[in-house]
Write a protein that binds this ligand. Sequence first.
Ligand code: NAD
Length: 362
Amino acid sequence: MAKHTITLIPGDGIGPEITTAMRRVVEAAGVDIEWQAVDAGEGVMDAYGTPLPEHVIDAIRETRIAIKGPITTPVGTGFRSVNVALRKALDLYVNLRPAFSIAGTGARYDGVDIVIVRENTEDLYAGVEFQEGAPETAELIDWVREHGAGSIRPDSGISLKPISITGSSRIVRWAFEYALANGRSKVTAVHKANILKYSDGLFLKVAREIAEEYAGRMEFEDRIVDMTCMGLVLRPEDFDVMVLPNLYGDIVSDLVAGLVGGLGIAPGANIGEEYAVFEPVHGSAPKYTGKDVANPTAEILSAVLMLRHIGEREPADRILAAVKAVLAEGTAVTYDIKRTNTGSTSGSVGTQAYADAIIGKL
Ligand code: NAD
């Protein structure tokens, strides 16, 4: 029996190609995995009437660990993103987005090593919204005025920003535990508590209380989100593990990905108490489907995160070192990296040839 059983969701667009490359690299590193492939996304819409059939969620419930390619969000069908639905169904409350400099990617900065821990379930993305002009929106606006809570223009749309003690404490605690387990030195909580006293203020209060529990074991600081953005651009080396509510986490994690070379190399994971789903940050890049040109680095680095998560640190480190070696050489790289480094795609290699080069360095 294989040592690990993992659900594999190839996804749409470039997903099948980059997940094939990832799988070949992981297998070449000698990790004993039985892959249970299940399909989600556009291709299953006709058969199941949904891009996320129940058996896909059941498969992850059984194996507990999944790795996926990007999935195209069907437009105009009433379905929200498959990723959002997966996060909800499996209560994946952590969005983990490490960003570290790799030589040869043409990034603007060197020496960046930041881990973003983004809360995934609440804040302005909780999905509690009131449409402009709807009767319930007018009722809400009246209620707010009658209770002396403020004045909202009648032609407003409204999105609520719930932030709870429960949601904040579990994400902050997770960030501290991650920092300890991975030999990091500092956790920074990011907020706008000076303005948003009852939502971000609560997040900050909870973060400070939990930081007390780790005093002497892990450094802690808090920063205001706008100053954080400036600080990240001026002195990214000041940051280590960062924990943020959902909206700031979404924005700041892309900012940090930009510091180290963009979405093509940015890995991610969505993690809960019981389940974890690993995936690149980028989308399905439909125009490159089937052309063997997409860069599988983000997918392969997502597998590195997954291998660490399941205790396979040694092969994870070996794969990361091989990726770094190929990118540093700069010869067998995909079109996007070649173009960033030389201004032309000439001499770039395809998705699978790049994977072969990584395998050659394992
Ligand atoms: P995208 O990330 O697919 O593409 C943005 C740009 O980056 C495009 O120019 C694309 O060609 C390029 N690109 C992306 N990944 C690349 C790679 N690995 N190698 C080389 N080039 C790459 O973003 P989009 O165009 O906004 O979204 C396309 C679809 O993907 C949409 O349906 C969107 O909803 C979906 N999406 C899915 C996920 C996910 O499944 N996690 C995430 C984001 C977007």
